[in-house]
Design a protein around this ligand. Sequence first.
Ligand code: SF4
Ligand code: SF4
Ligand code: SF4
Length: 293
Amino acid sequence: MPVKSDIFDHLNQRGGIIPELDKQSFTLRLRIPGGLLTPDQLLGVGRVARKFGVEKVHLTTRQTMEIPHIPLEKVPPLLKALEKSGVFLGAEHEEIVNITACPGNDRCRLSNINTEHLLMRLDKNHFGRDMPTRIRIAISACPNGCTSERLSEIGITGLREPIRNEGLCTGCGTCTNTCKERAISMVNGSLVLDTVLCVLCGMCIESCPFHILKGSDPYYLITIGGRRGRHMVQGRELIQVNSEDAAVLVVERVVDWIYRYAYSGKNLTDQLDAMKFKEFKETILREFQPSME
Ligand code: SF4
Ligand code: SF4
Ligand code: SF4
């Protein structure tokens, strides 16, 4: 039986139930932080999809899954069946949507931070919260940015600074060749770091055959107001903090600030100035980097 359009409009308001072209069926977007599923959850999605006659599920670009072509009357029982496998409905509209993360130090050799632990804390604190505008949070454990975090409304990048010990450096030049940014040069047999060119990726640290380059503790760079799509914009740098706890707190402040001051119907990128981003940044710097004042 055809579904009334007002029901469609209502269901389209929140929560990952997405009307399809034909206005008869829905795509269900799931909550899968970081794209991480246990084997049991994965089997659960497969079993439920098969039970409800779904031919294919769709892996999205933001690490979640969509189950397409579900008629209205099958939406509630399908979601109930999924919940039994520990898989829940996602988010799509003006809310905090699926949070993405790269594998981080679980397995990537370039990683500077533990992304999964941070991801799960942020998911628990913020996923699905109603917001004036859609908020994507993405985490990458190094500036390679595999989750395009700088193009997300809230981006977190793991960084590490190389620390030199000039007295011990042999001047072999291995680190110079490793740095893709040409930020290290040898001057009179001594290593010189160009802090403007250095992106704090930390790659040179492991390259030193004599273990002379040391790495700082990790930093978490937090950026705000990135945008994907047809007019891409890189997020603005808010702050670098040096612990996961501080990163979690900063994100909390950012989410509250967006909730209070952003307007509906406009991308966050386009309203940062009206929201007094500069003043907000100063407040955050005062709170989290008081010694830098
Ligand atoms: S962003 Fe960096 S750490 Fe994360 S997966 Fe990509 S290369 Fe590895
Ligand atoms: S941290 Fe990265 S960018 Fe900076 S000097 Fe080392 S390799 Fe180059
Ligand atoms: S790789 Fe190590 S020893 Fe060689 S130039 Fe770099 S810091 Fe010095």
